[in-house]
Design a protein around this ligand. Structure first.
Ligand code: PRP
Length: 206
């Protein structure tokens, strides 16, 4: 039985379809209910719907053998897992954004609002820029509008949220997409099962 942690939400549904095409279907998952765990004994798979930012924790600690997590989460939390494959979905980018007329006065400490404090810290350390991190949990775009921060470090997908709040992307930090990840012990003991899945998903992701 392969235990799989999937990110709850639209991306997770897309990813589940890829797993189904890879021979790991579990029809009960499509039933519209609030259940979080689904199993197909026939296909030897058990799925858990978890919060996207928690997938890597389940995989790192072995509660799931494999899972799907965004590159943003992997770079922020640096979990001790194997990253097996870029699934080519959930594409977006990590950006610095701010007011359209933002001018960076390097004499001053830059106030950065973000859900990704490690990513932001590493990025600005690379530029030897002094920053003050303001850790928020969502609706980050409000911070520069209300003067809580000078800029934000956040995910930009379509750019609509920035545009509708009179903000603009100022710099791209890295591109993001969903990755297949594996627990290190599971990768050893369920090697044939996991590599077979990886190879099938690789064909589908192409
Ligand atoms: C993410 C991100 C941006 C938005 C970007 O937020 O933090 O706010 O999506 O998407 P767009 O470029 O297509 O507009 P999310 O939906 O995760 O909500 P949050 O405010 O809780 O972070």
């Amino acid at each position: 039985m392969l235990n799989v942690a999937l990110p709850k939400g639209r991306l997770g549904e897309k990813v589940y379809d890829m797993f189904e095409r890879a021979g790991k279907g579990c029809p009960s998952i499509k039933e519209n209910n609030r259940k979080l765990i689904f199993e197909s004994a026939e296909n030897g798979v058990r799925y858990f719907w978890v919060k996207p930012s928690d997938v890597a924790i389940y995989v790192e600690r072995g509660a799931a053998d494999v899972g799907v997590a965004g590159k943003d989460i992997l770079l922020e939390y640096k979990p001790d897992i194997y990253e097996l494959l870029d699934l080519g979905v959930g594409k977006c980018r990590m950006c610095v954004a701010g007011k359209k007329d933002f001018y960076d006065d390097r004499e001053r400490v830059l106030r950065v609002a973000t859900k990704f404090p490690h990513v932001a810290r590493e990025f600005y350390a690379g530029q030897s820029r002094d920053i003050d991190i303001i850790k928020l949990n969502g609706s980050i775009e409000i911070a520069p509008i209300l003067g809580l921060s000078d800029v934000i470090v956040d995910i930009v997908e379509t750019g609509t949220t920035l545009l509708e709040n009179d903000l603009a992307p100022l710099e791209t930090i890295f591109p993001i997409s969903a990755r297949l990840i594996a627990n290190k012990v599971s990768f050893k003991f369920k090697h044939a099962e996991i590599t077979e899945l990886q190879e099938k998903l690789e064909q589908i992701a192409k």
